[in-house]
Design a protein around this ligand. Structure first.
Ligand SMILES: [Zn+2]
Length: 278
């Protein structure tokens, strides 16, 4: 069984964020075309961010541009004092709250990733999410001439950033992909990032990046590890010897020996060295 999963996963990328900055969040929004409003739909990504835990009246701006400033001014003009500020621009210090809320959600989603490979938990969680997303604008669309409804959602109705992550989880269930993908999501024991494993293996502990760095990718047992390390040592040794030989021969040729003579001297030197140690 292999995951064969080519699509990036928003929940995995969201959980792997270690540096909370407007730029990182904006990149994620761009990558997944996360939109909450009609303006966002027009631009292909949202300039305003809606964290789930924040009070609904607060909208956090990821970009400080004239459009948003005008929007803030016009919308706050008619609001009572208790509802202001309605929009918090990224240049305002209160915008740091955004990351506090998103970090809180990350803790929750990390927990989901750690538990979702358990089928019972996965189904329970999906039901909970489906319940929470009620009224978020998802609906059946009849796209074809024949009766073949498709489950669709209106991007204007997913209120928070986290709704988009939740929506992806539900979509994976609706596409009947949950069993294909969730068991393969693992947490690296070295760098703690989440990754999608290619095959299901109990002894895989590290993400592809960390595996590549240590050579653990192809190693299954202690015996294999010893073999790998000894092969690596002899490989390094032969590279080192080749370099030494080249340098020595160059030196001999510089002092007037022909290439053949230089080679002979090198061989003799090596023989002497090994004889000494025998
Ligand atoms: Zn790693």
């Amino acid at each position: 069984m292999s995951s064969n999963w080519k699509k990036p996963l928003l929940i995995v990328d969201f959980c792997n964020i270690t540096e909370w900055s407007h730029k990182k969040i904006l990149n994620l929004q761009r990558k997944y075309r996360i939109v909450h409003t009609q303006a966002g739909e027009k631009d292909g990504f949202e300039k305003l961010c809606f964290p789930k835990e924040a009070k609904k009246k607060r909208q956090f701006a990821l970009i400080d541009d004239k459009d948003l400033l005008d929007f803030k001014k016009s919308i706050e003009k008619g609001l009572p004092k208790t509802h202001r500020p309605f929009v918090i621009l990224s240049s305002e210090k209160e915008s740091q709250d955004l990351f506090k809320y998103l970090q809180k959600s990350q803790v929750l989603f990390k927990d989901v990733l750690r538990n979702i490979p358990d089928p019972v938990y996965a189904v329970e969680y999906a039901n909970k999410v489906l319940n929470n997303l009620k009224g978020s604008g998802y609906k059946f669309d009849n796209l074809g001439k024949t009766w073949s409804p498709e489950f669709k959602y209106g991007p204007g109705y997913l209120n928070s950033f986290e709704d988009h992550v939740d929506w992806q989880i539900i979509s994976i269930f609706l596409e009947k992909q949950a069993g294909n993908i969730f068991p393969y999501i693992k947490e690296c024991e070295r760098c703690n990032s989440f990754y999608i494993a290619k095959i299901l293996r109990k002894d895989q502990k590290y993400c592809p990046k960390c595996s590549l760095r240590t050579g653990y990718a192809t190693i299954k047992s202690k015996k294999d590890l010893a073999k790998y390390q000894s092969a690596r040592r002899s490989r390094l040794k032969s590279v080192k010897m080749k370099k030494e030989r080249e340098e020595a021969i160059k030196k001999y040729m510089k002092s007037g020996y022909t290439k053949e003579e230089a080679n002979e001297i090198w061989e003799a030197d090596q023989k002497m060295k090994t004889d000494k140690f025998m």
